[in-house]
Design a protein around this ligand. Structure first.
Ligand code: ADP
Ligand code: MG
Length: 366
């Protein structure tokens, strides 16, 4: 089911206008089409409007303006129960007094009219959903007798048992420990692919979004910053915010200046940037964008080398760096003189991004 968001805006009115407390524009003019059968990651820092967007798609919140379509159907004024959605929240919110089986059956028992099912049909569907998330052996347990990961699987089974048109997941992995988080996210991906349910996955964790999504939407303060495939956004960020938000270790940010189509940091020209006018710039280098070069133009003060097996991570500093440390990732076969006080680099041009020093919007070069 294709989901179309048209100019979605959500404004929470000020609770205290007299004291000058402003309205909160939680989501600002969000237009996007979620392709049928895809998993879209809604990514951004806390408070940027991810949950509000999800709740508007679900019908739990009404947009201040804008429309929502499921396929060709305008669902903006439909209640959540009539939209055919499955919802999973961060805290699993299972019914504690019910068994796993009863929890999963619950949404089916409330179906009315033509959708009403016999007991056998309901049980069959419940077991199908349970098998999909691999909890069919736990059907007679109570939620308190399950681990966090198992509880979240039950919540997912309960959300998909009605075969929703759209599956909405709001930070579903946040309460799980690191190992389970990894395992469950792979599980969600598998289930999504097997069922082909159009899915929106909300997270503040860029790695999670990158690994699970067909498409990512990066948000900041209610405004969509960039939409694209994970790798494309990583390779081609539209502004400094997006460049900094994606990638671990994070991108390294510097102040510099373009003079005569060359990028200067301090006195040194470190890169040709054809087509860019003279101006002060902020620029950023991905950790894998550095190459050790004893005559390289970028000279940094060497602080530390962390061995990671296949790669080494070199920590250095530079007077013109905005980031407190510069971290490069270099293949461990390269030899670095660790007794030296400096480390010199040349740069891979496609791993260096230039930004307008004021607007922080991307400046492209050849
Ligand atoms: P996220 O899920 O990305 O962390 P939210 O969508 O929950 O962000 O919130 C976006 C903004 O809207 C935040 O500034 C938040 O404080 C505000 N907000 C969310 N819900 C309400 C509400 N019910 N009333 C007032 N402000 C709200
Ligand atoms: Mg949220």
């Amino acid at each position: 089911m294709k989901v179309e968001l048209q100019n979605l805006t959500k404004i929470f009115p000020s609770r205290n206008k007299k004291k000058g407390e402003p309205d909160v524009v939680a989501v600002n003019d969000f237009t996007f089409t979620i392709p049928d059968g895809k998993l879209v990651g809604l990514l951004g820092p806390s408070g940027c409007g991810k949950s509000t967007t999800l709740y508007m798609i679900s019908g739990l919140q009404q947009p201040t303006s804008g429309r929502i379509f499921f396929g060709d159907e305008d669902v903006t004024d439909l209640s959540p129960v009539n939209r055919g959605i499955g919802l999973v929240f961060q805290n699993y919110a299972l019914y504690p007094h019910m068994t796993v089986k009863q929890n999963i059956l619950f949404p089916l028992q409330n179906l009315k009219g033509a959708d009403k099912m016999t007991k056998e049909q309901m049980l069959q569907r419940a077991y199908e959903a349970a098998r999909l998330v691999q909890i069919d052996e736990l059907m007679d347990r109570k939620p308190s007798e399950l681990s966090g990961g198992q509880q979240q699987r039950v919540a997912i089974a309960r959300a998909i048992v009605k075969m929703p048109r759209v599956l909405l997941l709001d930070e579903p992995l946040s309460n799980l420990d690191a190992r389970l988080r990894l395992q469950t996210r792979e599980e969600i991906r598998r289930i999504q692919k097997e069922t082909g349910i159009t899915t929106v996955f909300v997270t503040h964790d860029q790695e999670e979004a990158m690994s699970i999504s067909d498409l990512i939407v990066v948000m900041k303060l209610g405004v969509v910053q960039q939409v694209g495939k994970p790798q494309d956004i990583y390779d081609d960020p539209t502004n400094l915010f997006v460049a900094k938000f994606l990638g671990t270790p994070p991108i390294n940010v510097f102040q510099g200046e373009v003079i005569g189509e060359k990028l200067y940091v301090g006195e040194n020209a470190i890169l040709d940037v054809k087509g860019v006018e003279d101006q002060p710039v902020t620029f950023a280098i991905r950790p894998e964008g550095f190459e050790l070069n004893e005559n390289g133009p970028l000279v940094c003060e060497l602080s530390n080398v962390e061995v990671m097996g296949r790669d080494v991570s070199i920590i250095s500093r530079h007077a013109n760096a905005v980031s407190p440390i510069i971290r490069s990732i270099i293949n461990a076969d390269n030899k670095l003189d660790v007794s030296s006080t400096t480390v010199r680099y040349s740069l891979k041009p496609h791993k260096v991004f230039l930004f307008n020093a004021q607007t922080e919007e991307r400046i492209y070069f050849n």
